[in-house]
Design a protein around this ligand. Structure first.
Ligand SMILES: [Zn+2]
Length: 143
């Protein structure tokens, strides 16, 4: 867990845009940074985003881990201790998917009435992330 937390803070960019690696599932292009897992393709990854495993992981990551540094600070300077912060975690898509979404956006903005012709593909692709955000806002329990 702490390693994943570290990845999210410091290595997210690299991990979400990994060089093609034929040894890894999906050539390392479909990586879930939250679960530290590789998937074979876009379909497998978007399916994974809907699973309990992934949602549970996001929930778990919402609570900032109690670091050694913090515990030392708490021991040394009584009163400065602050409880682990609850933070908002949303699924971070690998670059291959965000690029695709960008491409969809650009393509649709070229259309004259782009805003009215609401890009369905983009909507579909974002559906999962959106769903998680709504659940987070509503505070619905993740089973
Ligand atoms: Zn995941």
């Amino acid at each position: 867990m702490d390693e994943i937390d570290d990845d999210l803070k410091h290595n997210a960019e690299q991990l979400l845009a990994q060089p093609v690696d034929v040894e890894k599932a999906g050539n390392a292009q479909y990586y879930c940074i939250h679960c530290a897992r590789y998937f074979i393709d876009e379909h497998a990854l978007s399916h994974h985003y809907r699973t309990k495993v992934h949602k549970r992981r996001l929930k778990a990551l919402e609570l900032e881990p109690y670091t050694i540094e913090e515990s030392e600070r708490a021991a040394g300077l009584g009163g400065s201790y602050h409880a682990p912060q609850k933070r908002r975690i949303v699924t971070q898509l690998p670059k291959i998917l965000t690029d695709k979404l960008e491409a969809n956006k650009e393509a649709s903005s070229l259309e004259a009435d782009a805003e009215e012709s609401d890009p369905k593909k983009l909507k579909l692709a974002l559906e999962d992330v959106d769903m998680q955000e709504r659940e987070a806002k509503a505070g619905l329990p993740v089973e």
